[in-house]
Design a protein around this ligand. Structure first.
Ligand SMILES: Nc1ncnc2c1ncn2[C@@H]1O[C@H](COP(=O)(O)OP(=O)(O)O)[C@@H](O)[C@H]1O
Ligand SMILES: [Mg+2]
Length: 286
């Protein structure tokens, strides 16, 4: 029955012309100097992607690898704060020189633009920024380039995979089902573009009692494991909710370096070890 208040009207026809053909996706460029490119992604914001990216990068560097960390979260670049760097990177011979912190080379839009500027980047600009971060930064020879992504499956993810070959993705989630559902979409996106998903990191898995070490689940339990099982992917680690991580990320001191003996730091080291193993089992980077 038709609604007398809102009579059914045909949808307005905006344009009857066929859509213009989309520009062809650019061919990814190989950057052999970057070593293995690892994307750290998630379906949702605030699950700890940047924390995982930073601590993974520092853990790899502490194990002796040459590591770069690229902040592809161009909408909310916070790696500079998490690493305690804050200076415009020098430009020499048209190349941007990355800053160095905790043994890791880092580049972020947060170092290049005014922090208070709202970041409203459209697709082609996102592509350009990511392309420049890969090709116009003097990374030198790296073993690993860890890329911190914005949440979701948007322009930055697409731009990265269209710009170069990504050798592996890590999906970060929290244990509750909503976050896990978002993570599933993240996994599928990478798989659709033929990027191997190396595994799932469940962050904020539980709160560890500072006295007896007993774990208390805060955000539910087992979501990451269910997701990993459902997708046939490895569970790389369960990282506890650890208040010192918040403190350290506000003051530029990653927990793997500050408190290497903590359960959280050991979880990040496990992630690094499993990632190295998974990548070395795959073919050499191309
Ligand atoms: N395991 C953890 N324990 C305690 N705080 C954490 C943990 N992981 C992340 N955080 C904190 O949660 C907030 C969001 O983390 P962040 O890494 O910025 O998430 P994302 O990059 O996914 O948006 C930050 O304040 C960070 O310090
Ligand atoms: Mg982030």
């Amino acid at each position: 029955m038709s609604d007398p208040v809102h009579p059914r009207r045909p949808l307005p026809v905006v344009d009857t012309k066929p859509a213009p053909p989309r520009p062809a996706a650019p061919t990814p460029i190989a950057y052999p100097n970057l070593g293995h490119v690892i994307a750290v992604s998630s379906g949702k914001g605030g699950v700890g992607k940047s924390t995982v990216a930073v601590n993974l990068a520092v853990a790899l560097a502490r194990a002796g690898a040459r590591v770069g960390l690229m902040d592809a979260d161009i909408y909310g670049p916070n790696l500079p704060r998490m690493l305690g760097v804050d200076a415009p990177p020098p430009v020499v011979d048209q190349k941007i020189i990355p800053l160095e912190a905790h043994g890791v080379k880092v580049i972020s839009l947060g170092l290049l633009i005014n922090k208070d500027q709202p970041a409203i980047w459209r697709g082609p600009i996102v592509m350009k920024i990511i392309g420049q971060f890969l090709g116009d930064v003097q990374w030198g020879a790296l073993d690993y380039l860890v890329v911190d992504m914005p949440p979701g499956t948007g322009d930055a993810q697409l731009s990265l995979v269209q710009s170069t070959s990504v050798h592996g993705a890590i999906i970060v989630t929290t244990p509750q089902e909503v976050a896990v559902g978002d993570a599933l979409r993240g996994v599928r996106m990478f798989q659709r573009v033929n990027v191997p998903v190396l595994g799932i990191v469940e962050n904020m898995s539980y709160l560890e009692c500072p006295h007896c070490g007993k774990p208390t689940p805060i955000f539910g339990a087992g979501g990451g494991e269910r997701l990993a099982r459902q997708l046939g992917l490895p569970m790389l680690a369960r990282v506890p909710l650890y208040p010192r991580i918040v403190e350290g990320s506000d003051t530029g001191r990653p927990v793997v370096e500050e408190e290497p003996g903590s359960t959280a730091a050991r979880a990040f080291v496990t992630i690094a070890e499993r990632v190295v193993e998974a990548l070395s089992a795959a073919a050499a980077p191309a």
